[in-house]
Design a protein around this ligand. Structure first.
Ligand SMILES: [Zn+2]
Length: 167
């Protein structure tokens, strides 16, 4: 396996689990395969293989070409690993991660939070108004939290990710 395929297999495992890693390994070895071939070669149920292939397609780790089977009258899908790897795939992951972090930051900055010192549960302002500033679990008065630390950590994570370059 080449180095980019090893990275691919590692990524596939991280994102989609063990079966995905084995599918990527197999595709790296044979170049191209149908879901049936993969199912037989790996001894994994075809439904699981299909689900995994779709997931790999969604994260742009694998792609397919469609060929009409004249005899049986349906389409066969030949799967292979993406060739736009690795930078495009990683950029896509980065974009998604940044999206989530930025939304989270916006949420943290836009609201105030309270917590119950006994249950150690955190509540948003909207919740506590409804609970009249008392813990719905134990009745203790809720205390305001300074979420400055969370905001700072989110900022740092966003900054780090933004600087990250793949090529
Ligand atoms: Zn409580």
């Amino acid at each position: 396996m080449g180095s980019s395929e090893r990275v691919l297999a590692g990524l596939a495992k991280k994102i989609h689990g063990e079966v995905a890693e084995r599918v990527v390994d197999r595709l790296a070895k044979v170049g191209e395969a149908t879901d049936e071939q993969l199912s037989q070669a790996l001894g994994i149920e075809i439904a699981t293989i299909r689900r995994t292939l779709n997931a790999l397609y969604e994260s742009r780790l694998a792609k397919y070409r469609r060929v009409r089977d004249e005899e049986r009258g349906w389409y066969l899908y030949y799967w292979r690993l993406t060739d736009e790897f690795p930078s495009r795939v990683l950029e896509e992951r980065k974009r998604k991660a940044l999206d989530i972090l930025r939304k989270r930051l916006e949420y943290e900055q836009g609201s105030s939070f309270f917590y119950c010192p006994r249950c150690r549960v955190r509540y948003s302002f909207d919740d506590v108004v409804e609970f009249m500033f008392r813990c719905p679990g134990c009745g203790t008065d809720l205390e305001a939290i300074d979420n400055g630390v969370v905001v700072e950590k989110l900022r740092q994570a966003i900054e780090l990710l933004e600087k990250l370059k793949f090529d």
